[in-house]
Design a protein around this ligand. Structure first.
Ligand SMILES: [Zn+2]
Length: 283
């Protein structure tokens, strides 16, 4: 019998749901749950458990539906926590972006009501980077913006949220690809190699020096790069450099597609930056 009091939902596309489940597609988490008739358990689509046969599976738009049909939540993938996890990650990102200085992991975790270790893992899984790395990405963007204004370098570093000059100079060498003063003088004396890599989030321009990253941004071409560094030698990357750039982009983790695009881009830029800079910062 049909219950007319229940509002109609968009019907589930069962074929698409099965494909997502087969692929353990994280992007499908929160869109539906998968109930397994032989075990009486329901899972999120990305659950790591072995895949049952197709005829033993039923799809429900949400956990409530599966529970009403007598299924229990999987202890492994905890399908009931998807929405809460997403909200927690989104709230933490907003807190990081609004903060002048990177919030401590324990403060972030407490704010969203999770244990620090668990939240760290959750955040990394959702965004591809740690909360601290995400905060560094925000700070690097702010530092570049502040430096391009008519501020002194000291003003700019405090404006960007660095606690002091030593931290700023240690990090900015890699994050600007050159000394801050040189960066402000249009890249005077620097040689910059650039490439544009296609990514699922759009074309990504990466411009490097031997010291680090001069620019990394979602841009289709080198126009803004050349405008920012009128005093540098700017050239298209070739050979081994180009190959390594492409590899770093291909290996970087993508964030959960249900996060806002701006967040996914920031996280991806940071994931690529960290991979590129890893050999230089490990010294
Ligand atoms: Zn499961």
């Amino acid at each position: 019998m049909e219950n007319r009091a229940i509002p109609l939902r968009t019907p589930l596309d069962v074929e698409a749901a099965w494909t997502a489940f087969e692929r353990r597609d994280r992007a499908a988490d929160g869109r539906f749950v998968v109930a397994v008739k032989t075990t009486g358990i329901y899972c999120r689509p990305s659950c790591a458990a072995r895949r049952p046969r197709r005829e033993h599976v039923a799809f429900y738009p949400d956990p409530d539906g599966a529970r009403a049909a007598g299924y229990r939540a999987c202890l492994r993938c905890q399908p009931d926590t998807v929405t809460r996890d997403r909200r927690a990650v989104a709230e933490a990102i907003a807190a990081i972006e609004a903060a002048d200085e990177a919030p401590a992991l324990s403060d972030l975790a407490e704010r969203v009501g999770y244990a620090p270790h668990h939240f760290h893992r959750l955040f990394k899984r959702a965004t591809g980077v740690t909360p601290a790395a995400y905060a560094r990405a925000c700070r690097a963007v702010r530092a570049a913006q502040a430096l391009s204004h008519e501020m002194s370098i000291t003003q700019a570093l405090y404006e960007a949220g660095y606690a002091g000059p030593s931290r700023f100079y240690a990090e900015s060498e890699h994050r600007l690809g050159m000394a801050p003063g040189q960066w402000r003088r249009g890249g005077e004396g620097a040689t910059i190699d650039w490439a544009v890599a296609p990514t699922p989030l759009g074309p990504l321009l990466i411009a490097i020096t031997t010291r680090g990253l001069a620019r990394i941004a979602f841009e289709p071409d080198e126009k803004a790069l050349i405008a920012a560094f009128p005093a540098a030698t700017v050239r298209a990357a070739t050979g081994e450099t180009l190959r390594r750039l492409a590899q770093v982009v291909a290996e970087a983790d993508l964030a959960d597609p249900q996060l806002p695009e701006a967040v996914r881009r920031t996280a991806f830029i940071e994931a690529v930056s960290r991979r590129w800079l890893a050999p230089m910062t490990k010294a």
